[in-house]
Design a protein around this ligand. Structure first.
Ligand SMILES: [Zn+2]
Length: 190
């Protein structure tokens, strides 16, 4: 399973990423204190070095993600009810905010994209940040820093114009930039 493209909704959406995490989690119950390592795309990261059993971390991550989508969707549309299955949560959110104002749909799309990045990173696929441009200098090749939980720009010129300190970005910021760019492209196309 290679996730190298940046936004094909069929193969690499937040929903697909979440479903992968969710299915893996359900099919691989933890049998020992080390938890299990969940690998995707040939990455061999494990998360046991954090000291938190992996299953707890993934379960919390899935729970928090689903709760966030449900809360935001019901804020926008109190009649939305609940999604039937965890992996349907993004389709459900889109369906129930279809006629919401522009800013609501923009926030929804930003949230979904941020979750796609978060789910990928939770599965050890930190390369998911690389196709993004640094919001400051515009170069490609951001690197994920696990300790800081941010994407770091390694462009020296970018650091030089920032008192020698590499700029770093949250996934939320990358998702915002991405959603804004897509919106602009859509508006230009119509
Ligand atoms: Zn930069």
């Amino acid at each position: 399973m290679a996730h190298t493209d940046t936004g094909d909704t069929e193969t690499d959406s937040a929903g697909v990423r979440l479903a992968e995490l969710h299915h893996y989690f359900r099919q691989h119950p933890v049998t020992g204190p080390e938890g299990h390592s969940y690998t995707l795309s040939g990455n061999h990261h494990t998360f046991t070095e954090t000291g938190i059993p992996y299953n707890v971390r993934v379960a919390d991550h899935i729970q928090a993600s689903v709760t966030e989508v449900i809360t935001r969707t019901r804020d926008a549309n109190p009649d939305a009810g609940l999604p039937k299955r965890i992996e349907d949560v993004y389709d459900w959110a889109r369906e129930h905010t279809e006629h919401a104002p522009d800013d609501v749909r923009f926030r929804r799309d930003t949230l979904e994209y941020r979750h796609r990045l978060e789910h990928a990173i939770a599965a050890g696929d930190t390369a998911v940040v690389r196709p993004h441009r640094c919001p400051s200098c515009g170069t490609l090749g951001l690197h994920w820093n696990t300790d800081r939980q941010r994407a770091v720009c390694l462009n020296l010129h970018c650091a030089r114009t920032n008192q020698g300190i590499s700029r770093s970005w949250t996934l939320g910021r990358l998702a915002f930039e991405r959603t804004a760019t897509e919106k602009t492209l859509r508006e230009c196309a119509t």
